[in-house]
Design a protein around this ligand. Structure first.
Ligand code: G6P
Length: 612
């Protein structure tokens, strides 16, 4: 989703802004632009990729040491050069980039039109820059004060950065519900939607809080106040991010790199948190609120997309092992349906980015109603991580591919640790089973390596599926959410329509679609329902469907019936999603590559969804 980058210092801003925009590409966007201040403001904007903006601006721009840049993911107005950011005030004095949605833009626009302002674009952002101009013109205010007063009239979400031609030594930035990070370098400031454009310049950062406005001066001074004009003390933090984490490291796509990293990322997720020999699990976030979480009447998991699928596995884990009732909710539905939440509830938000607007809003509602809110988050320092009462990071490192892979397995690992910890505390699990699960969990990274070794075979199977227009994914129990996740992976990056279904539920609808043109991918690793899944496969075969099955190593029965099989190592059933999802990730990756799709940046999708 929209990405912001800005520079103020003594170096040439242009290459820093362009590089920053490339770093932000992974968020998903459809146009890009920059504004440079050198005497006056020059704006360059282009529909399409950052490389197209570069081709358009590289030769023309003049050197500048102050500038702002933006990647736009269209909300108001189609993706085109005019709607791209930065937007200028009518007098050309102010330039602004924005991430978020100004909900009352129509009202503000009508009022500004009455005062004689005209509009070129269809965006809500142009309304904001013209509102700032109107306030500045009327009261002769410095830019930061005009911005602050304008924001008191705005309803909605924003992260903005503003420059003023008559104040060339200043960057003004503000946020509400959309992220913004300030990087403090040597004689320079870099500002961005996330730390990825900042890390190669400095590791000293400030995460701007909601309704704060920052003024960065060329002298190195930095002031932060609230929109209601209260001075704040800046809190400087160290970034724990390495530049190599943002590179492809020899892989063709970030998605493949991230799939291959999973043995390492899951090891990192478990490091210091589990000891199978001594039989303990330590999750700092849980320990802090141990009695409230252990005695929770109900767990409510809120999330979106792939994180929601991880949440569904969480439901199986918490109910099966810790015997706590669980509800798993799409954050976007939960927030608008007047949910019943009590003080005995614990609301768990799962989010890779930690910035998903709907998940954040759902948490605010839960907090207001007195529930304890817990975050399972990847992105360190993100909004969800900061707003929750307690939480645990999954430590997967930056995930750049839009299709989530290592974050998903990290989330499931964290949920497994948490469910086992709660099961032990609540006495709902036998000693023997607890120890078996702990031991098996620590073996998962090695077992994932064995699944990854089957890449060639999975590539072969991908070639069999790539030309189809539909696919069906079936799973039962713990592996039903894996079927949903497999189908999501396929549709989001290869644009093949796919549906995930509980295997037995297939009879109530999807079976009507099955013929020799319908690939059916079945996750058949559950010991408890093995025979039942075998029967479901027979039902598909009887209708000439082509079955691609994920089976346990040395499987005998299903391998005889299915057309193609991928064998994965045996494990305890509650842990099986951590293995069965891996071939599905690789399958969708290879199919997307074979179909020449942009694997890391699929059309219309965004990595970090900061608008609702
Ligand atoms: C977007 C991403 C998905 C992600 C979902 C939730 O749709 O493309 O990969 O699962 O948002 O994001 P979150 O950051 O909250 O996990």
């Amino acid at each position: 989703m929209c990405g912001i980058v800005a520079y103020l210092g003594n170096q040439d801003a242009y290459p820093r802004l362009i590089k920053g925009l490339h770093r932000l590409e992974y968020r998903g966007y459809d146009s890009a632009g920059i504004a440079l201040l050198n005497g006056n403001i020059q704006v360059y904007k282009k529909k399409g990729k950052v490389s197209e903006l570069e081709a358009h601006s590289a030769q023309q721009h003049t050197p500048a040491t102050l500038g702002i840049g933006h990647t736009r993911w269209a909300t108001h107005g189609e993706p085109n050069d005019i709607n791209a950011h930065p937007h200028l005030s009518g007098n050309g004095r102010i330039a602004l980039v924005h991430n978020g949605i100004i909900e009352n833009y129509d009202l503000l626009k009508t009022a500004l039109q009455k005062e004689g302002h005209t509009f070129e674009s269809e965006t809500d952002t142009e309304v904001l820059v013209k509102l700032i101009q109107a306030i500045q013109d009327r009261d002769g205010l410095p830019i930061e004060e005009a911005v602050r007063l304008a924001l008191t009239r705005v309803v909605g979400a924003y992260a903005i950065v503003v420059i003023d031609q008559q104040d060339p030594n200043k960057l003004v930035a503000a946020r509400k519900a959309s992220p913004l990070v300030i990087g403090i370098g040597k004689d320079e400031f870099l500002l961005a939607s996330d730390a990825t454009p900042i890390v190669e310049h400095t590791n000293k950062v400030i995460y701007l809080n909601d309704e704060e406005i920052a003024v960065l001066h060329r002298s190195g001074d930095l002031e932060i106040k609230t929109i209601s004009n209260e001075v704040q003390t800046p809190y400087i933090q160290q970034l724990d991010l390495k530049i190599e984490m943002l590179e492809k490291g020899g892989y063709d796509f970030f998605m493949l790199k991230e799939i291959m990293e999973q043995p390492m990322t899951l090891t990192n997720c478990m490091r210091g948190r589990i000891n199978a020999d001594e039989g303990w699990i330590h999750l700092g976030g849980v320990e802090e609120y141990a009695s409230r979480i252990t005695q929770a009447k109900r767990l409510i998991i809120v999330a979106c997309g792939t994180s929601w699928h991880a949440g569904l596995i969480g439901e199986y884990l918490f109910e099966d092992l810790a015997r706590i009732p669980v509800e798993v909710e799409y954050a976007s539905e939960f927030r608008y349906r007047n949910p019943i939440i009590g003080e005995g509830d614990v609301v768990i938000a799962i989010s890779q980015s930690g910035e998903t607007a709907d998940t954040l809003a759902a948490l605010e509602i839960a907090k207001e109603k007195g529930a304890l809110i817990f975050g399972i988050v990847n992105s360190v320092g993100s909004s969800i991580a900061r707003v929750t009462d307690a939480g645990s990071y999954i430590h997967a490192g930056p995930e750049i591919g839009v299709a989530s892979t290592k974050a998903f397995t990290g989330q499931v690992t964290l949920l497994t640790l948490m469910a086992l910890d709660l099961a032990k505390r609540r006495g709902t699990i036998s000693e023997g089973y607890y120890h078996r699960l702990l031991t098996e969990l620590t073996l998962i990274p090695e077992k994932i390596k064995r699944v990854l070794e089957q890449d060639k075979k999975i590539q072969y199977i991908a070639a069999e599926i790539k030309d189809h227009t539909n696919a069906l994914y079936l799973g039962r129990g713990y592996n039903f959410p894996v079927a949903l996740e497999g189908a999501l992976k396929l549709k989001e990056i290869s644009y093949i329509h796919a549906e995930g279904y509980p295997a037995a539920e297939m009879k109530h609808g999807p079976i009507a679609l099955i013929d020799d043109n319908m690939p059916v991918i079945v996750i058949a690793t559950n010991k408890s329902a093995y025979d039942k899944i075998a029967s479901n496969i027979q039902e598909v075969k009887a209708r000439k469907g082509r079955v691609f099955a994920i089976v346990p190593e040395d499987d005998e029965t299903i391998s005889q019936i299915a057309d193609y099989c991928i064998e994965i190592p045996e494990t305890e059933e509650p842990l099986s999603p951590l293995l069965s999802v891996i071939p599905l990730q690789l399958l969708s990756y290879h199919i997307a590559v074979m179909r020449n799709c942009n694997v890391d940046q699929p059309r219309n999708l965004a990595k970090s969804v900061t608008v609702e």
